[in-house]
Each structure stands twice: as structure tokens, then as C-alpha cells.
Design a protein around this ligand. Structure first.
Ligand code: MEV
Length: 407
């Protein structure tokens, strides 16, 4: 067709026009493009639809004595089942205890060619006034400007602005404040602002969760000891630590996506926090004292319950309602508990039957349902599928028919 992607004004086309243009680009009919016509939930530039990801709820979560259904948006089938499994085990020990400390995010103004260092004490009041005036809703919610410091890094002068973004994630606020303060710092130092942006390294907005369960809850002392050993090994070995943390983030990110949060900011913050000592380490640790298995996690939680895409995303707003929370710090605490539950279930599977068997069971159930199995037939078909070693819809359909005939 000779049609390329250099379409000027693409963003001005209607969604349907964009889809037709893509169909032409691929030289196929509109009907062959599996994009639904209804407008997407968020009016994003160049939108052509939305990408379906399952939204599910994990259950059994008892966090600080309160019961939760955890909304999780994820494409990985085992994540929700694993989170529920971890939470069920944690429940045997009274559930998760969680907490947070200060909730500070960092913005940077990077100055080049500074003639003078910044006398922080002299400028903190005026900087605070300017910053506060840039974020009235954050200030009204109890957050705001919390401090300033400056440091020379080679030829750069880095000015750090600390902000409590209250119940928002804070990215927009932090960027706005950095931009508003940059002229003041330029004038004070005689230099030029190169960058004015938040840092995704989050060291002062952390949440923790811990749990203690009797060894029987994980299948006995042997399993509990092996979980603790797997945790020790992750501390020793960076290859393993990254995978250990990836498992934690399976849960954290699914909850973040369901609640309309910036998943990339969480990933960036979590992995940089894991490497805070200069060596990459696991975000959670497990210990076994001979009768009780105890686990603890601490991670950065740059998340919000207001602002960002939340205004226009009704599903995310519902997910927050389901959690019955109104503070960002509460979401952070729940995230820590979900990460720990996810990690417990993964380690338990890994040190016993391995991860594949569970995945296979879940895949078999999904295929059984896709073949039309319902109720008790789902497990019956899934078990037969696993026995045959051929987890396919056509095989599931045959098994389902023969089971129905036998009834
Ligand atoms: C898979 O998505 C996550 C795991 O690899 C996590 C882990 O190994 O701890 C199972």
C-alpha cells in the first residue's frame, strides 16, 4: 500500500479512523483487526483500543487484623492463585503486620556552571514558600515541602528537594515544584538548570510487612527450613536475588496496575532499593527458628490513591474502593503484604514440588474452562489433561465429552 507510520495529525483522527489506517497498513480488512470499537477507558493520545489483562481478586488476606480482597491485574495466570495461597498460609499465623514511616519523595534540580554553592539555610524559607504554592491540594491533604539539601557531584551542583506528596504518587507535583524552583537556584548559584525532575530512587517512602507462621502451615519443619535456606541463598547470590524479587513484584505490580498506579516507577524504585548497599539483595528475608517461620519485607512504595489516571479510570477507582482505603500509605502497606505473600507461595513451591507442577495445574484448569467445563468438571478435566501430558483445548473437549457420556 506504500502507507507508512509518518501520518501527520494521527492523533487528531478518531479511534475508528486510526484502526482503519492500521488495517490498510497491514493490508487487511477492518474486521480482521481484533480491536473493539468502544472507546477506551482513558483518552490517551493515538489510542486504538485497550489491551485486555485479567482483573482478579486474591483472597485470604488478613492485614493488621483487617480482611481484604486484593485486586490484581496481571497476564500471568499463577500470580493470583499464588498470592491467595501465600495469604492463606499467613492467616494461620494471624496474618500480616505492616507499617510505614515517613513518606518522602525526592526532586532534583541539577545546575551546571554554578559560580557559587547554594547556601541552603538562606534559601530554604523562600524555596518552601514557592514549593507550597505549587501544590495546594497536597498541602491541604497534609503533605508538602519537607526540606532542601545540595551537593557537588563533579561539575554539577545537585539540589535535592524533599516532598511529602500525601495521598498522591507525587510525580507531577515533584516535577512541577522542581521546575518552579529552578529559576531561584539559577539566580542564587549563577548557573543554569540542566535537569528539573523527580528521582525514581525512593529511599524515604517505604513500607514493610512481616508474618510469622507455624512450620505446619507450610507443610512441616523440613519445608520451613528449606524456605529459610532459599532466602539465605538469595542473600548470597545476585542471580537468584533478582528472580526472588521478580516474584515479589509479580504481586506488587498486579496490585499497582489494578489501582491505576505507575508500575514502572515501582519497579525502578524496588530494584534500586534492592541494590542500595552496592550489591543487589532480596527485598524479603525468611528465618526458621525450629518451630516458626518468619518473613519480612521492606520496599519503596511510590504509589497514590488520588491524582494521575485515577480520575478517569473507573475500574481502578473501584479497586481502591474494594480495598476500603483512602490513604496512599495504606496502599503501600498492603502492597508490602501482597509482595510477601507472593514470595512465600513461590518459595514454598520452589523448595517442594517445583514451580512447573503448579503452573501446569493452573494451565490445565484454564484449558478445561476454555473447553466448556464447569463446576466439578473443571478439576476432573484438568486432572485428565495433566495425565495425558497434552494440555490442549481439543484434548480437553474430548475428555469433557467422554466424562459427560459416562455420567
Ligand atoms: C515467576 O514469575 C516467579 C518466580 O520465579 C519467583 C521466584 O523464583 O521466587 C517463581
Amino acid at each position: 500500500m506504500g502507507l507508512g507510520s509518518d501520518v501527520s495529525g494521527f492523533y487528531r483522527l478518531s479511534q475508528e479512523e486510526r484502526i482503519k489506517l492500521l488495517a490498510d497498513f497491514l493490508d487487511v480488512k477492518r474486521e480482521e483487526v481484533p480491536l473493539p470499537s468502544p472507546p477506551p477507558p482513558l483518552p490517551l493520545e493515538n489510542s486504538i483500543g485497550y489491551f485486555p489483562v485479567n482483573l482478579a481478586v486474591a483472597n485470604y488476606f488478613l492485614i493488621d487484623g483487617r480482611d481484604y480482597f486484593i485486586p490484581m491485574a496481571t497476564e500471568e495466570p499463577s500470580v493470583v492463585a499464588a498470592a491467595s495461597h501465600g495469604a492463606k498460609i499467613a492467616r494461620a499465623g494471624g496474618g500480616f503486620r505492616t507499617g510505614t514511616g515517613e513518606q518522602l519523595m525526592l526532586s532534583q534540580v541539577v545546575i551546571t556552571d554554578a559560580k557559587r554553592d547554594l547556601d541552603v539555610a538562606q534559601f530554604v524559607d523562600i524555596a518552601s514558600r514557592i514549593a507550597q504554592s505549587e501544590m495546594p491540594s497536597v498541602v491541604a491533604a497534609g503533605g508538602g515541602f519537607r526540606g532542601l539539601d545540595a551537593e557537588r557531584k563533579g561539575k554539577y551542583l545537585v539540589i535535592r528537594i524533599w516532598i511529602d506528596p500525601a495521598d498522591s504518587m507525587g510525580a507531577n507535583t515533584l516535577d512541577r515544584v522542581a521546575e518552579a524552583l529552578a529559576p531561584l537556584f539559577e539566580e542564587a548559584t549563577g548557573g543554569k538548570a540542566l535537569l528539573k525532575i523527580l528521582s525514581n530512587r525512593v529511599t524515604r517512602r517505604l513500607a514493610w510487612a512481616e508474618v510469622e507462621v507455624p512450620a505446619e502451615a507450610v507443610g512441616g519443619s523440613d519445608v520451613a527450613a528449606r524456605i529459610a535456606e532459599a532466602s539465605d541463598f538469595a542473600m548470597l547470590d545476585e542471580d537468584r536475588a533478582v528472580t526472588h524479587n521478580k516474584g515479589i513484584m509479580n504481586g506488587v505490580i498486579a496490585l499497582a496496575l489494578a489501582t491505576g498506579n505507575d508500575t514502572r516507577a515501582l519497579e525502578a524504585a524496588a530494584h534500586s532499593y534492592a541494590a542500595k548497599t552496592g550489591r543487589y539483595t532480596p527485598l524479603s528475608t525468611w528465618k526458621f527458628d525450629g518451630s516458626k517461620l518468619s518473613g519480612k519485607i521492606e520496599l519503596p512504595v511510590p504509589v497514590g490513591v488520588v491524582g494521575g489516571s485515577l480520575k478517569s479510570n473507573e475500574t481502578a477507582a473501584f479497586c481502591l474502593r474494594l480495598l476500603r482505603i483512602s490513604r496512599a500509605s495504606e496502599l503501600g502497606r498492603i502492597m508490602a503484604a501482597v509482595g510477601l505473600a507472593q514470595n512465600l507461595a513461590a518459595l514454598m513451591a520452589l523448595v517442594t514440588e517445583g514451580i512447573q507442577k503448579g503452573h501446569m495445574r493452573l494451565a490445565a484448569r484454564t484449558i478445561a474452562m476454555a473447553a466448556g467445563a464447569e463446576g466439578t468438571l473443571v478439576d476432573l478435566v484438568a486432572n485428565e489433561l495433566i495425565k495425558t501430558g497434552q494440555v490442549r483445548v481439543d484434548v480437553a473437549k474430548r475428555i469433557l465429552e467422554s466424562l459427560k457420556e459416562r455420567k
